[in-house]
Design a binder for this molecule. Structure first.
Ligand code: ADP
Length: 655
């Protein structure tokens, strides 16, 4: 191997998933030290050079695809916690297809690896246009269920990083008749006929092409603060600085530079279906039904991830013969083409949707519109590095309710953004400590957590400004809609799953809620449920609330170790979550009815638990019971709970 081929282009830790296992548990994921040179991707079991033992290598010449994998793909199952950015390197050896599944620890790390690998492999003769997002398992691909191992993939590969200059070089090399291996290894170091100095490929050898990160806006965003930049849906932006998690500095195509919320954009290479207004990601069957029924338009539709990972479902509203929603699995044939009715197959899902816009082709209706009132996610704070909000910029509107700290009112920030403003009664909380904490809390961001935008802390009373949730508290929502909800167990289970996802995020960030209950969750449009008031309990000054003997202490949501030693943990949140599930499935009944607090404590100490709500599935009640294990270590984590709930939903409800 030429010396240059051994030059290390990139190295670092990643987690590698074993190949050819039947069931994947965390032991099948091993941390390895990866070294990339121009010829091989090599992995070792140790990073210190003298003790290194090579565990395997991929000959880059054989690579046919390098792709980020969607979060919904099967590789997510049982993967180790906290490492969330999978990608795969597909290659062929001795006519057999393999895929190396790797997990990077940050999105940036993943992009960097993908780009480095693609830069080296970009001239490979066997590059593919399709790849499988799943794995070959039990004689079929988990992503598309295709039973042909050598079948072309089911997802389109993203475009490889050819700049126009690189493309020209490629054609030039070809026309010069340089041997294949010089195409395979840009820089001509690949064994055979190397490029002569001065040729374009020799230039590349000195400096592998580096491409900047390009993102596409998923939503419009209006910059309000100076230093921020507006986003136009579907436009491209070049990322200049992504060191902060939630606010990135980007440049638009006119050369304007500014900060944008990172959850409003998606990397161009990874955008997939997200660019389409009809794609709603992880929306459940029940939520898609209520969204489409709310729109009440013939032919209104969405495409969502099916509860079977890696598959998609079309949900379509029709009024014939009576208003209802039909759900169709989008299937794939052996060629990897998509179809709803076998007569009309298309290369991509987008083509298929377009086809059915013009032809019902067996569907209950032609596809016409998608719900227009799609909610836009909240940003982490109202601008980059902003958590102190000027009260002059808040227009206070109607009262939404009042709670333990005072009145909550709807508001508009700078006349355009809906917010909820909690006006803290003086003397109810240790304000200075809370204001410090608020800086951290604005950075917690998840679809199922009520976003803290910031605080007005310069005047008294202080205001806490959060995302506005139009349907108010979950407890009241459950009670108000008891009749319709009781008959919709799927929607109730979906609410529990959403809350569990928000809590799993808090758990991952070692953040304890301390007062999880239905009264502290809120409901927004599209039946979205979010957890509110996390961590706030620590700053309450009222003894009646903070001490377990106090009259306002949430005793009915507290596990034995909190009652006995005030020992809070994520596992005490899990107990409270079990009680919250019970509240959801009874549509807002009071746990333990009219029992007095002292009687509840006695019962809990004796190991007596809440009874099964009448209409609740046994499988769901079994999960509640696990949350009420006496010893905290015997309770499942939120991550595990989430998986169990999703699998119960899959088994009990038709997708
Ligand atoms: P506290 O925490 O002070 O006890 P809550 O957070 O319970 O107060 O708020 C009281 C009521 O105000 C809630 O029950 C709900 O109806 C309403 N509310 C609170 N926050 C919001 C919000 N972000 N969006 C909409 N309504 C809200």
């Amino acid at each position: 191997m030429a010396k240059n081929d051994e030059e290390v282009i990139k190295q670092g830790y990643m987690v590698k998933r074993s190949q050819n296992k039947k069931i994947y548990t965390p032991v099948n994921y091993k941390q390895r030290w990866f070294v990339l040179n121009r010829k091989f991707l090599i992995y070792y079991d140790n990073d210190s050079e003298d003790k290194r033992k090579e565990k395997g290598r991929v000959d880059l010449e054989n690579v046919h695809s390098v792709e980020a994998i969607l979060l919904s793909s099967s590789i997510e199952e049982n993967r180790p916690q906290g490492i969330s950015y999978p990608f795969q390197v597909g290659y062929q050896e001795y006519n057999q297809d393999y895929a190396l599944h790797l997990l990077a620890s940050t999105p940036k790390e993943r992009t960097d690896w993908i780009l480095a690998l693609r830069t080296i492999c970009r001239y490979n003769k066997n590059l593919r246009t399709k790849y499988h997002t799943g794995v070959w398992n039990s004689k079929r691909w988990t992503c598309c269920r295709n039973t042909v191992r050598g079948s072309v993939g089911c997802e389109n590969c993203t475009t490889w990083p050819f700049s126009s200059e690189e493309k020209e070089n490629f054609t030039e090399n070809k026309s010069l008749g340089t041997s294949q291996s010089s195409h395979i290894m840009p820089g001509g170091g690949g064994g055979g006929g190397g490029a002569t100095p001065g040729t374009p490929s020799a230039k590349q050898k000195e400096k592998p092409a580096v491409r900047s990160k390009v993102v596409i806006a998923l939503y419009n965003y209006k910059a309000i603060e100076s230093g921020d930049l507006s986003l136009e849906k579907n436009a491209e932006y070049e990322v200049l600085d992504d060191n902060q998690e939630h606010w990135w500095k980007v440049r638009d195509t006119h050369g304007n530079v500014g900060f944008i919320p990172s959850n409003y954009v998606k990397e161009k290479d990874l955008i997939g279906l997200q660019q389409y207004e009809w794609y709603v990601n992880d929306m459940s069957r029940q939520r898609s039904e209520s969204l489409l029924k709310q729109e009440d338009k013939e032919g209104c539709f969405v495409v969502r991830n099916s509860s079977t990972k890696g598959l998609y479902t079309l949900s379509l509203y029709t009024k014939v013969p009576h208003p209802h929603v039909k759900h169709y699995h989008i299937k794939q044939n052996a060629k990897g083409e998509y179809y709803l009715s076998e007569k009309h197959c298309c290369a991509t899902i987008a083509d298929l949707i377009n086809y059915h816009r013009h032809n019902s082709g067996g569907l209950a209706s032609r596809l016409k519109t998608s719900p227009c009132d799609r909610s836009v996610p909240a940003t982490a704070g109202l601008s980059h590095d902003k958590w102190e909000i000027d009260p002059q910029e808040l227009m206070l509107l109607e009262e939404l309710g009042s709670g333990q700290f005072g009145v909550v009112r709807r508001g508009k920030w700078r006349g355009s953004i809906d917010v909820a403003v909690k006006m803290m009664k003086e003397g109810t909380m240790s304000e200075d400590d809370f204001i410090e904490e608020a800086k951290v809390m604005t950075k917690l961001q998840h679809t199922n957590l009520v976003q803290l935008y910031g605080v007005c802390s310069k005047n008294r009373p202080i205001f806490i400004v959060t995302e506005y949730m139009r349907h108010g508290s979950l407890l009241n929502y459950l009670r108000r809609h008891k009749q319709s909800l009781t008959s919709n167990q799927g929607l109730l289970l979906d609410m529990c799953i959403q809350i569990c996802k928000g809590m799993a995020y808090l758990e991952r960030h070692n953040y304890i809620h301390r007062d999880l209950a239905a009264r502290n969750c809120l409901v927004g449009s599209e039946n979205i449920v979010k957890v509110a008031d996390f961590g706030l309990a620590r700053y309450v000054l009222d003894d009646q609330y903070t001490s377990s003997g106090g009259s306002k202490f949430p005793i009915k949501w507290a596990p034995p170790e909190v009652l006995n030693y005030t020992r809070f943990s994520s596992k005490s949140d899990v107990w409270a979550y079990g009680v919250l599930m019970w509240e959801v499935f009874t549509c807002g009944e009071m746990p333990y009815g009219r029992l007095k607090n002292t009687e509840v404590v006695e019962r809990v100490q004796k190991g007596l638990i809440l009874e099964k709500p009448k209409t609740c599935f046994k499988e769901v009640y079994d999960i509640m019971r696990k949350c009420w294990s006496q010893l905290p270590e015997n309770r499942p984590s939120f991550r595990v709970l989430k998986e169990q709930l999703i699998s119960v939903a899959q088994r009990l409800l038709v997708d």
